[in-house]
Design a binder for this molecule. Sequence first.
Ligand SMILES: Nc1nc2c(ncn2[C@@H]2O[C@H](COP(=O)(O)OP(=O)(O)OP(=O)(O)O)[C@@H](O)[C@H]2O)c(=O)[nH]1
Ligand SMILES: [Mg+2]
Length: 498
Amino acid sequence: MTTFVDRVTLHLQAGDGGHGCVSVRREKFKPLGGPDGGNGGHGGGITLVVDPQLHTLLDFHFHPHVKASNGGGGAGANRDGANGKDLVLKVPDGTVVQTAEGEVLADLIGAGTTFEVAGGGRGGRGNASLANTRRKVPGFAELGEPGDALDVVLELKSVADVGLVGFPSAGKSSLISVISAAKPKIADYPFTTLVPNLGVVQAGDQTFTVADVPGLIPGAATGKGLGMQFLRHIERTSVLVHVLDAAAPEIERDPLADLDAIEAELAAYGGLEERPRLVVLNKIDIPDGRDLAEMVRPDLEARGYRVFEVSAVTREGLKELTFALAETVAQHRLEKPAPEPSRVIVRPKAVDDSGFTIEQDDEGVFVVRGPKIERWIRQTNFDNDEAVGYLADRLERIGVEDALGKKGARAGDPVRIGEREFDWQPNAGDYVSGPRGTDSRLEEDDHRPSAAERLAARKARRVRSDDELLHMASDGTVTSVANAHRPVLVTDEDDTDE
Ligand SMILES: Nc1nc2c(ncn2[C@@H]2O[C@H](COP(=O)(O)OP(=O)(O)OP(=O)(O)O)[C@@H](O)[C@H]2O)c(=O)[nH]1
Ligand SMILES: [Mg+2]
């Protein structure tokens, strides 16, 4: 028997973004050639796409852990890291994606429908990208952001036009086997069908699909028999067909009682009340069956059902049945057109993610929340003073400083953003004007040359090498050339900072 899996939990890990690189160009005669640290690559994302050839989630059952690759780190000489590889997972038509808590993220219907379920982390910018007119050679780079990590539940709700429901052995599988090319297992014991079968039916120029689900018995709602778990496969049908056994051997069973019992289970499942229904009285090839069918037909019609007497064995009455089904399906399609296939489902993302909120928690910590701000925190290398200063500057510009002050935060109060907690020190002034590599609010342990001092030193070096060049031009001796080639590199930082 082929295994059928229609519900799985997936553990997804999108790729992390690569870190940006801190590097300063080193070149002959150009000791401080400017920042050339490349950007980190973006982490690979994970996308689901509907493949109509698939009918089970079996593959995921065996491979529930899915991980996309990370972005590469940036490197010197403006080399950007490679992007991680996106993963595309094929899922059957009608797959519903939910969070572990049961919130529906997407309902994937139609060949080619795609949904990015886990986004890769952004790569961090290298120091070349972070440079501007005021911050010419940043001594820091952004960290790559972690990729989305989450668990999702995939649930398959088959997309069929017609759903067959009925007691075990009523002949549902027999029926689908004679009206379509499906070849389900058929036998005279209950619960022959353990997993849903789908068949494609052709009636005139109309084509529709039929789902045969495992039989129901009274009490299915409370888990009797195979329970009702498979009813999710008829949730999306446009018409339900009650397959009633007109020749059931048990004395207490008759088509009307069977119908009531199945209806009671459908009602317990819920959500199917409005679905149009047809009634099929099967097994009329058996003489008693035909008699019984003729006896109950008026009652069924009185209840408003269209009734079809058929035999899956002799194929009597099947033509009328399939044409009636085609008609009902067509009617339904007119009223409720199928969703356009090949849609791309994007999780709603705020267009403007720069908003933030500040709340004080029970312990008096000021908690700042906002997608953009939390991203900045993840991008910051807290071991690097300059990076911290850059962050502080960004926070001030977006208004976090002011808002904290308005909320009553005072210097030294704890503030939490994302996973980081700080003591709040209101920005005293514009940090950019402070010495490079050091933020004015961080304690200065040992002396670092100020920007002015560096500039002076650089000027002095330039004059010296210009002299050598002049000297070289006038006499051209080998020694002078060698002298000029002597590296006069002075950089403040290591090539990379990771
Ligand atoms: N004589 C006769 N027997 C039928 C007819 N349809 C089905 N059967 C028989 O009834 C038995 C059950 O048929 P299935 O098609 O397996 O019934 P089912 O409703 O799919 O049953 P489950 O899968 O257990 O829910 C088999 O032995 C079939 O051969 C019919 O029209 N006439
Ligand atoms: Mg069956």
